[in-house]
Design a protein around this ligand. Structure first.
Ligand code: 5GP
Ligand code: ZN
Length: 136
């Protein structure tokens, strides 16, 4: 695999992800549709915010669009309002969880080297402890 040109590796990785999605469906689409259990803390017609199953901070929430968007690598020009909405919702839920004063971090991981493991766009909202910078 290491001998393959990057574009072919990318193609295999893409096919692999698509295959897994086809077999099991998208877990965040399922959460948004209430088909998979999650501790939902906020929802509206555009997005859902729920607790991360494996929290990396005392407060660790995930804000996801209801509609399936795999990552920021998609053409999202028509979705600028939705992306802005995710940020304003993040601010609102951070306040509700009492982390606005001390501080919190919002993170979107895109693709493998950034650590994206779920290929449905999600905004991490992390707080309740000191968060070091730069991240690992
Ligand atoms: P990524 O690594 O893609 O940026 O973040 C994916 C996040 O989703 C991880 O922090 C992981 O713990 C969380 N996660 C993965 N599967 C589930 C799930 O089924 N339910 C919930 N609530 N969180 C999940
Ligand atoms: Zn999805």
């Amino acid at each position: 695999m290491t001998m393959l040109p990057f574009s072919i590796k990318k193609l295999f990785f893409y096919a692999y992800k698509k295959g897994l999605m086809k077999m099991f469906g998208c877990v965040f689409c399922q959460v948004a549709a209430h088909e998979s259990p999650a501790e939902i803390v906020y929802e509206d017609e555009h997005c859902v915010v729920f607790k991360d199953i494996n929290p990396k901070a005392p407060v660790h929430l995930l804000a996801v669009p209801r509609r399936h968007i795999s990552s920021l690598n998609e053409d999202l020009e028509a979705d600028e309002k939705l992306l802005g909405h995710l940020l304003t919702v993040a601010g609102r839920v951070a306040k509700q969880h009492g982390i606005d004063g001390t501080g919190y971090r919002t993170v979107i991981n895109t693709n493998a080297e950034a650590g994206q493991t779920v290929f449905h766009l999600h905004l991490h909202i992390l707080g309740g402890r000191i968060l070091r910078w730069p991240p690992g």
